[in-house]
Design a binder for this molecule. Sequence first.
Ligand code: PEP
Ligand code: MN
Length: 264
Amino acid sequence: MELLKKVNKIKKIGTFDLEKQLMIIAGPCAIENEEQMKTTAQYLVDHNVHFLRAYPDKPRTSPYSFQGLGSQSHAIIREIKEQYPLFIVAELLNLEDLSFFNDYVDVIQIGARNMQNFALLKCLGAIKKPIILKRGFGNTIEEWLMAAEYLLNFGNDQIILCERGIRTFEPLTRNTLDISSIPIVKQITKLPIIADPSHACGRSDLVKPLSMAAVAAGADGLLIEVHPHPQMSLSDKDQALSFSEFNSLLDDLKALAGLRGLTF
Ligand code: PEP
Ligand code: MN
């Protein structure tokens, strides 16, 4: 981990100050239609949340599950970017979408399943954009950090790590949020680390306590699934928060972030 030990962390994304603000990214699992995305975007603007999840493609376990709208959703992203003062966060699955992402996406996610897709890591190394690198659900912290080392080695030091839960023997949650990875990563590297409690637990009722635990443990931000009508969500409906549930989480987070000297 030669470079990881030396590199300084990304401090700003545009006007957003990662050292003074908690990075809250919220939005649906996938882009489903224009109304869903615009309603969510307006809600986030009204509540001082600066990063919108706008995911065109979904890596689903079953090929029969909703796969996302793919490039058909690009026009929606373009419009949102023009009309709302939000940073767009999206997962890149296909390298042929790289030029669209370069033009319209502010923060590119590498998902858990692609954490060790070294061809993708090498290509994104050359892109001058912040990258969220999720931990693979079967990967150790060291393997995850070596994947980050690939990005650094190929030229991108704007890395944000994301703990999204690992597979354990516990069936009552989808995965187990490894809270310990947050302070461990902070001991080993200077990189920011955020947590994704939604994919970690797969249950909306646990998103708030896990979010609070992650921020208390030192997380620099959260990635949270929020949907205007969770029960109508075409993917991951059991973990999506409604706007009112998200409001309640934001209220509690504000107080906790304040203890760490952070705002939103
Ligand atoms: C996601 O954030 O939409 C996602 C699929 O997450 P993960 O890669 O962590 O499963
Ligand atoms: Mn999801």
